[in-house]
Design a protein around this ligand. Structure first.
Ligand code: AMP
Length: 606
């Protein structure tokens, strides 16, 4: 099986990892750095990605794109709040955002694909083989269209995305938490520009997201800005110069602030030094860890309220959390770890590099998918059957419950009424026999040309991918016309609801089967009455009056049984009618044979 890599496609940085001798490891670039800044720049010499593109951020901001992840799968209306943060210009085409980069515009998946291509090439150079398959991580709160956009980015980059997995799940996999098989995990992800908290439930080796919360504009950058502001203030007071008027010095100031912050994670004090615009003087001061903590404390406290909310949403207290996992570069700060530990009263996991932990977990998942890790089973199954409503309000299952995903299945359907011009495809989820007792997922209509009942052939395909996204396609086999819809069947469905739906299917099994049998018998009886009456209108002259009378009596008996509630009685009257109508069909066949023979003679004579 071809190698599958794991990719963390991040807002600020992206990484690619693979499994080497049973251990996940991140692939470095030529410079030895493992992180590729998620930045794309259009230069006179073409597109560049990563570290060299980052250098263009201040030089040519109108031709440089960063944080594209914030726009994946979104429309312009969704991101109005974001626009204030970004210098680059956005438009919309067909509901999809377009980002201007130089003279051209690109969709967010196209820009993300440029970053993915860089990671793909990095992996190919390192491993000396072509890489075409990947697992990509996304935030747990990403909706279907954001996940789909991520898959599209993979496709554009020449990568088949075998699975999209949640970042907190990946981090938990990197720590091997799935081996515990049960438990509740809090994943605290504090990066450069975003903060996420996710509460996961692990049950039988499968992770489920119980709650997510966070702040999409809170991260290490805010800490840097706070330190830079402090220094700016002191420079203004001591040297009577406002660095705000000097963009290059401001940039240097921010970098120095970040350097000092990082240094103070491992040291108790550091020396800060800034060249001043006059070219001869310098500002310098000592900064201690205590001073840093005092000045950024309120920013770090802002991460705790979302944690408490997520716990509340999951119906849990800190004591219910079995494991805490730290993700993101900013969790290297001792004060952050300390506050997280206090909140959950638990020592968090931080042994694995917090910048790499998500990519490493993606590599673990990739290895599971490629069959490399056989002692860990991370199977996803459809908890409930998926199907469509057919005539009479009956559920017809297409993918049965407990099918391992990804899965696909096809069924052929037809029309019940002559001249029908469309078929309604109503997608259902559940175990009950009648459509009304199941969960309605989506509906759409496929147009068909008017034809006699039973003639159109409509193929309905269900395809549920590894991420649980269901695509239903209905195609008219005669015209080639098709229509499709995509839904996430697990959306808004709790464990207890799944259990209730399955229990109900047992509880009402007898009633349901009887109801279904009655509906089916009535439908077939209706169809038999219609065809018999059609035959009578064409062929009554061919049969004896008493045969005609007995057929009419059998039709009347069936019609009255059809109004009753006994499927057995309906079936018995159908058999009676078929018996009574036999002479009519025999007479009609004879008659048509005779006529075709006569027709033949005429042809021969002429
Ligand atoms: P990420 O988005 O996960 O790559 O995190 C990047 C953020 O982590 C940036 O704001 C960095 O300044 C910050 N960071 C990286 N290393 C450290 C460190 N040792 N101490 C504090 N913050 C750090």
């Amino acid at each position: 099986m071809a190698r599958i890599v794991g990719i963390d496609l991040g807002t600020t940085n992206s990484l690619v990892a693979y499994m080497k001798d049973g251990k996940p490891c991140v692939i470095p670039g030529r410079s030895g750095r493992t992180m590729v800044p998620s930045v794309v720049a259009m230069t006179d010499n073409g597109l560049i990605v990563g570290d060299p593109a980052k250098e263009h951020l201040t030089r040519s901001p109108d031709r440089t794109v960063y944080s594209v992840k914030r726009f994946m799968g979104r429309g312009l209306a969704d991101v109005q709040g974001e626009l204030a943060y970004f210098p680059y210009s956005l438009t919309e085409k067909g509901g999809v955002i377009r980002i201007k980069l130089g003279e051209k515009t690109y969709s967010p998946p196209q820009v993300s694909a440029m970053i993915l291509k860089e990671l793909k090439q990095r992996a190919e150079a390192h491993l000396g083989e072509s890489i075409t398959k990947a697992v990509i991580t996304v935030p747990a709160y990403f909706n279907d269209s954001q996940r789909q956009a991520t898959k599209d980015a993979g496709l554009i980059a020449g990568l088949e995305v075998l699975r999209i997995i949640n970042e907190p799940t990946a981090a938990s996999l990197a720590y091997g938490l799935q081996e515990k098989t049960q438990g509740t995990i809090a994943v605290y992800d504090f990066g450069g520009g975003t903060f996420d908290i996710s509460i996961l439930k692990l049950k039988n080796g499968i992770f489920e997201v119980l709650a997510t919360n966070g702040d999409t504009h809170l991260g290490g950058d805010d800490l840097d800005r706070r330190i830079a502001d402090l220094l700016l203030h002191e420079i203004r007071a001591g040297h009577h110069v406002d660095l705000n008027a000097y963009p290059d010095h401001m940039q240097a100031l921010r970098l120095e602030a970040e350097r000092a912050k990082i240094h103070l994670s491992d040291n108790l004090k550091t020396q800060v030094a800034i060249e001043l615009p006059d070219g001869t003087s310098r500002f310098s001061r000592e900064l201690t860890r205590d001073q840093l903590e005092a000045s950024v404390m309120d920013i770090i406290e802002r991460t705790l309220a979302p944690c408490r909310m997520a716990l509340k949403d999951a119906g849990l207290t800190p004591a219910d959390i079995d494991e805490v996992v730290l993700v993101g570069g900013s969790t290297r700060m001792p004060f952050v770890r300390h506050r997280v530990q206090e909140l959950f009263s638990k020592q968090p996991h931080w042994e694995i590099n917090p910048d790499e932990v998500v990519a490493l977990g993606a590599a673990v998942q990739a290895d599971i998918l490629s069959g490399g890790t056989t002692d860990m089973l991370l199977l996803d199954v459809t908890p409930l059957s998926l199907g469509i409503e057919t005539m009479g309000g009956v559920m017809s299952s297409v993918i049965r419950r407990n099918t391992t995903i990804p899965a696909s299945a096809k069924e052929m359907f037809t029309t019940y009424v002559d001249g029908q011009t469309g078929v309604d495809i109503h997608i259902l989820q559940g175990e009950r026999e009648l459509a009304k007792d199941n969960r309605s997922l989506a509906r759409f209509r496929l147009k068909v040309p008017p034809l006699p009942a039973g003639v159109p052939r409509i193929e309905v395909t269900f395809l549920i991918d590894a991420n649980g996204i269901l695509n239903v396609k209905a195609s008219d086999m005669r015209t080639g016309q098709s229509q499709s819809v995509e839904v996430k069947p697990s959306y808004g469905l709790s464990d207890s609801e799944v259990e209730r739906m399955i229990e109900d299917s047992f509880k009402f099994a007898q009633e349901d089967v009887t109801a279904r049998k009655l509906i089916e018998a009535r439908l077939e009886a209706g169809a038999l009455i219609t065809t018999t009456e059609k035959s009578l209108s064409e062929g009554s002259r061919l049969i004896a009056p008493d045969t005609l009378a007995s057929i009419r009596a059998a039709v009347a008996a069936l019609a009255s049984a059809k109004d009753g509630n006994d499927p057995k009685a309906i079936r018995a009257r159908m058999a009676d009618l078929e018996q009574a109508a036999k002479p009519l069909s025999v007479a009609m066949i004879d008659d048509s044979l005779k006529r075709s023979l006569q027709g033949k003679k005429v042809t021969e004579v002429t």
